[in-house]
Design a binder for this molecule. Sequence first.
Ligand code: SF4
Length: 352
Amino acid sequence: MKKIVDPLLKWYVQNKRLLPWRKDKNPYHVWVSEIMLQQTRIEAVIDYYYHFMDKLPTITSLANCNHDKLLKLWEGLGYYNRARNLQKAAQIIVEKYKGKFPQSYEQILALPGIGEYTASAIASICFSLKEATVDGNVLRVYMRLNNCYDDISNPKVKKKVREKLISIMPDDSGNFNQSLMELGETICIPNGIPKCDICPIQNYCKAFSKKTYLELPVKSIKKEKAEEFYTILLFIYQNKVAICRRNESGLLHNLWQFSCFSGHMKLSQVKEYLNTNHIEYQKIKKSIHYTHIFTHKKWNMDSYIIFLTNTNNIRNVEWVTLEELEKIYALPGAFQPFKKAMIEEMINDDEA
Ligand code: SF4
């Protein structure tokens, strides 16, 4: 394994992609980018990163940011707890470390929302500490290099890989970690045939010599995602739409949504609900069906657009214009398709 260090470092310096957070070693920049990159592709993150840094250029500005404004900045990236934890950690850094990013691995790891991987990335890239970043890309490269058939979803395997990488870690730990990740993202790719012909460590790769790279890495099959069924009622009155806050705990807590009911309702059931609650409407129309996939579950949603005659008996909602919904309120990705469908319907209604 030690033999891969020099060729990898040399390859990385010559071939690394020029990404905005790689322009310097500012821990705030590296930290925010690493959090954004969890669950999100690099290409999708770049614009968000620029916008975020434009609005919140320092740890202190993040710590003091209005909560709703922060969630709005995060809209579209999903997994909003990442944004909440970023702010909690920023507040700790301001209070406990006088706004200066902590420099030991243990202190970084203790911050909210920072796990082993992110702590190692910040510690190695910004402070040259010999910590190893082990994500799916690194595990794939490692397993192929060693022709190892251990199950990478086993935490013990991940721990073993981390220890092994630390044992060969050069002084330039930040670049070494990034070189392994970059190799996994661009050369030793997950889907399809890896680009072994241009791989800088092909000479040391056992999976290449045995032609077993497509069998590796081994990963046990995940459980089926639990499926939940909902009906979304999209209330429109004049030029405003009704939104409400989600519960204070649970998935997407405290974010905004449209009126959401458990189970799939037929048109006749929606009408019955409206009549029972004395909600007066001009017209009602079945709208889109959409399934949103989360990490552990999926939401299977039907929807209806309802043009109201008045707002009587619609409780616990805010009435907002589409412009306000766009600029002020953070609407999770799960509800964005309904917003789009509703806008189209309002335009059609105006033209009719
Ligand atoms: S030689 Fe091929 S399989 Fe081996 S590390 Fe390089 S790209 Fe991956």
